[in-house]
Design a protein around this ligand. Structure first.
Ligand code: HSE
Length: 339
């Protein structure tokens, strides 16, 4: 499988690190081999080599400051514009992991369209296009006879999408509810241990959990975007961010955290979506509540279904390798379907 990676920050590099370290196991155990033919960064160059790029050398180049440090072969193309690169390259799959934009979904939405138009599958960690243009992307994928996958957009590589769309296929899912943002859950957990809000946020950024602009995390919009993705993909809903009531954690003070603890409770940023509405809000839950034990960058989702009642999934909600794995799981899925 030849892949083009657009957006080469924490998540894109996480995927390449996995491909570097697990190439043998993926080949032997899954019959899967990926060749990275193109990489595009926002401000540190782009590269396209139809013969393939070396994962280890790509990571070393980024550590040295950018793709200019990659020892490219003759016949490789440097610094093509991302749209040109996506259209021209020989990749089978576009892996889109540039920064999420929940207002316009751009430029990632145009990248996805260009990929489908030129006969490529699309795998996203970027939440913008899925949250804002899900129906359009599904229609484009179907028209092209290609696959659209987005496991990494909700709960990183924890299979929240695959559980709902594949394992629970045949059940009607009536509600999704849980903790869907790693950064805010990490901050709340660290504040309980006495860390300040600012220090906890700085740690979440250093660990690669936070969005490029972390106000999307702390004000609840990242969690809301994930709620929209679940509502659109699972319920066929046309819910938008404007339909949701969204409150984040920026107003939660150290005193609020201490008051909850004194009452045997914990703050959690809870997302809830049904086919017709949804909300994101900080909630005080008793210690015995199932969500109280979900700490750090771990997330949880409960699907309320007609045939199975509640089905709950708990696992990583953010992180370099965890989100990189979400992308890998989609690539494996596409490969199993015949790529
Ligand atoms: N900023 C997001 C979070 C990354 O903290 O959950 C994963 O989508």
């Amino acid at each position: 499988m030849r892949i083009a990676i657009v957006g080469f920050g924490v998540v894109g590099q996480g995927l390449v690190e996995i491909l570097r370290d697990k190439a043998d196991a993926l080949r032997d155990e899954q019959g899967f081999a990926a060749t990275i033919v193109a990489v595009a960064t926002r401000s540190r160059g782009t590269l396209y080599d139809p013969q393939g790029l070396e994962p280890a050398a790509l990571l070393e180049a980024m550590a040295a400051g950018g793709l200019a440090h990659y020892p490219a072969r003759d016949g490789a193309f440097r610094d093509l514009a991302p749209l040109t690169l996506i259209r021209a390259c020989n990749a089978d799959v576009l892996v889109e992991c540039s920064n999420t934009n929940l207002q316009t979904a751009q430029p990632a939405l145009d990248y996805c369209k260009a990929a489908f138009e030129t006969g490529k599958h699309v795998v996203l960690a970027n939440k913008g296009p899925v949250a804002l243009a899900y129906a359009e992307l599904v229609a484009l994928a179907n028209a092209a006879g290609k696959h659209l996958r987005f496991e990494a957009t909700v709960m990183a590589g924890t299979p929240s999408i695959r559980l709902a769309m594949q394992a629970l296929a045949g059940c009607q899912i009536r509600e999704a509810r849980g903790i869907l943002n790693g950064t805010t859950n990490y901050i709340l957990t660290q504040m309980e241990s006495g860390l300040s809000y600012a220090d906890a946020l700085a740690q979440a950024q250093a660990l690669g959990y936070a969005e490029a602009d972390p106000t999307a995390d702390v004000d609840g919009w990242d969690a809301a975007g994930k709620g929209i993705i679940l509502a659109r993909a699972l319920f066929g809903s046309t819910l938008t961010l404007a339909d949701m009531s969204v409150r984040g954690i920026s107003a939660i003070s150290a005193d609020d955290v201490a008051a909850a603890r004194a009452a045997g409770e914990r703050w959690k940023l809870v997302v809830q979506v049904t086919p017709t509405g949804g909300s994101v809000s900080p909630v005080r839950v008793p210690m015995a509540h199932p969500l109280a034990g979900v700490s750090g960058a771990t997330n949880a989702v409960t699907y309320n279904t007609d045939l199975m009642g509640d089905v709950t999934l708990v696992g990583a909600g953010a992180g370099r390798l965890q989100t990189g794995f979400g992308l890998l799981s989609d690539l494996l899925d596409i490969a199993r379907l015949g790529g």
